[in-house]
Each structure stands twice: as structure tokens, then as C-alpha cells.
Design a protein around this ligand. Sequence first.
Ligand code: SUG
Length: 418
Amino acid sequence: MKPREINFDGIVGPSHNYAGLSPGNLAATRSAGAVSRPRAAALQGIAKMRANLRLGLVQGVLPPHARPDRRWLEALSTTYEDAPSHLRAQALSASAMWAANAATVSPAPDTGDGRCHLTVANLLTMPHRSHEWPETLAQLRLAFAHPVFAVHAPVPAPFGDEGAANHMRLAPAHDAPGVELFVHGEHGGPFPARQHREASEAVARAHRLDPARTLFVQQSEAAIAAGAFHNDVVAVANGPVLFAHEQAFERRDEVHADLRRVMPEAEVIEVPVARVSLADAVSSYLFNAQLVTSPDGSMTLIVPGETRAHPGVWAWLVEMLARDGPIRRVEVVDVRESMANGGGPACLRLRVVADPATVDPRFLVDEAKLDRIADAVTTHWPETIEADAIDDPGLVTRTERARATLLATLDLVELTYR
Ligand code: SUG
């Protein structure tokens, strides 16, 4: 079978809450202390996956991690019960839902050995995300155990790597050799640049990419300062199309010229700052869209409801559709619980290009399996979590029980680690 795009969505975990843990992520900072709705959050994610299935795409899942992360707390010589409250919040975060940060993926046609390479992201800039990688690695090693895949351990500290959120691939078709663009930050105004160039270069070497078809691009300082803590908040690529904000990259002209040089058929759809400011791009999450190719070859942009709610941004999209370019449809999804923590439709998925028959089927879903996942969520996920609930032992018991039920539903109990 030919390689296909498979989107692996992180299932929103039962501890989803708003603790304001990500400086530079304006939505998460704004939501700090708000009451979260884990059940609604997970069901919104499931509805998005159903919409992807209806577009004819292959869909996968990555289950929520063990939370609180008792192993991490043990490594810090404490326990959930004894830890200071900031460590508790960091140990409880459901941030592994944002699967675009799980790993960087280079499909087989791009790599020197013809395997699909995945490097798990170390996420070391944010403490609450820095302990995701061991479980992510365990999941990826199970899902992609087939020899057509090579799964790599993370790049070592101090080089920050945030995975596919800072990586774009352009190719004439999914199964043709492509160009890989790694986007790193050097400065971010008051905010940290989470992706380091050293890390991107290490990933490219591990994946045995052809240096002639690999570009290292600096994200603009203005974008990070405006709240684009990952490149996928200001740009997204699919097939030969790069859809980007005019101010996404520090040296825009150079990036466009380099891209045209290595891939003359690349098509750049740029949103001018005069029409959509960086602030509006960040608040509407226009670029945190899934840009996908349906089996009929047409492209659809899957945007969050917040994009439609923004009159200026929506007007630009309507004009773009009328221009008859490569993006033929816009689909709107509601992922507002994730959005309130800075995670749009694209953040929630890790895109892998591979033959679905080579993936462990327990990580793939159809409507019937999504029904079973939705049942587990409806029965076991808390309806709400208040800001002070992290001190409630009942929440911990409930969170752990909920995840155990889901793992049993997915036949993935081997991921339980205690
Ligand atoms: O890393 N939010 C995530 C959002 C990640 C979005 N991913 C992509 N753009 N690909 C982050 O900032 C907030 C969690 C909290 O504050 O509790 C958080 O981690």
C-alpha cells in the first residue's frame, strides 16, 4: 500500500486544567486559574478526529500520559502528596495532548536509508513538558515498532527541541522526496525561543536528510514576542504548499528564495500583515490549522472556531477561497478547551506519512473505536477541574482510574507504569 498521511491526535487527558504554565503562550497565561472542562475537551478532540475520518484521512491516537507523573516526582525526591504546589501542577499537566510536540517526523522518501524517522522531542524549555518524552518514546516505540520506522531518543540538553511544531515538509506528493524546513528561534522578545537550531540540526542528521533539501530557518523575533511560541502558530505546510504569515520568518525573502531554489514547484500562500496582524494570527490561530489533502487530491484547511469568529481573518479566508488556489475548502472545528491553553487543531496532531499497515493497529481508530473512547471519556473524565483541585486527592485517584480504563479500552495496558 502507498504511504498515506496519518494524523495521530493526542487524546486529551482527564487532568486537563488551566495552571498557566507556559510563559509566552498568551492563551494559556490568560486562562490561568480558570475552571477547565476535561470531558468536553476530550470530546471536542474526538469530534475533530471524526471530521478527519469524514475527509477520507487515516486517523490515529496517542493516549494520555500517566498523571500525575509520579516517576518524575520520584526523580525529584518527592511525591505528589509532599511536593510544593508548582511541582504538583507541573506533574499533573495534560500537555501531552499536543501531539505536534511529541516528535519530529521525516517520511521515508526523504531519508538516506528509506525508513521513516521519528525523534522524540525533549521539550526541555517548559518544566511541565520536560517530563513528557519518556512516555512519548514508549508509545512511539510501540506504535512504530515495524522495521520501516526508526524511532530516536531525544536530543540531549541544553538544546531545546519541540518536535513537529517547528518542522514543515513540502513535497510534490506524500510519497515523493520532499524538502524539510526546520524553524528555530534565536530571540523572542520577553519570551523564550523554545526550538534551538542545534537541536534541529541534530534531528536532521539523525534522520539522514539530504543537506541539499534541508533548510534551517529562523522564526521571527516579532512572531515569538507576539505569542507564536511555536512556528505552527504562524505557518503550516502540506504537499507543495506553504501557508504562512508575512512575518513568520526573520528573513522572509531569503526563506522564499531558498525554498524556490530547492523546490521550484513550491507554492507560497502568504497572508500579508496589512490584512492580518501577528496579534490577530495568534488570537485567531489561523495558521494552527491542519492543511490536508483528501483522497480526491483537493486540499482542505481545518481551522478552529476562533478563526471564523475573527471578522478580518475570516474575510481574508473567504477571499482566498474565491481566488481558486490550491486550498479548496475550509472546515471549522471546535477545540476551544484546548485553544484556551494555546493548542489549536494542528497542535493536537502528529502527522506521520507511512503505510497504515505498518503501524500497530491499536493506535489507529475508526468511528467504532472512537465511540468506545468517547464512552470511556463520558464515564470517567471529570466534568470540571477548579484551580485549587490539584490539592484534592480525589482528583488524583479519578485521573489515574480514568486513564487505566482508557488504556484497557485501547488494549494498551502495557503503557501503565505502576
Ligand atoms: O506548550 N500549552 C502548550 C500548547 C502547545 C501547543 N502546541 C503547538 N503549538 N504545537 C504549550 O505551551 C499550557 C499548559 C498549562 O498552562 O497548564 C501548555 O502547555
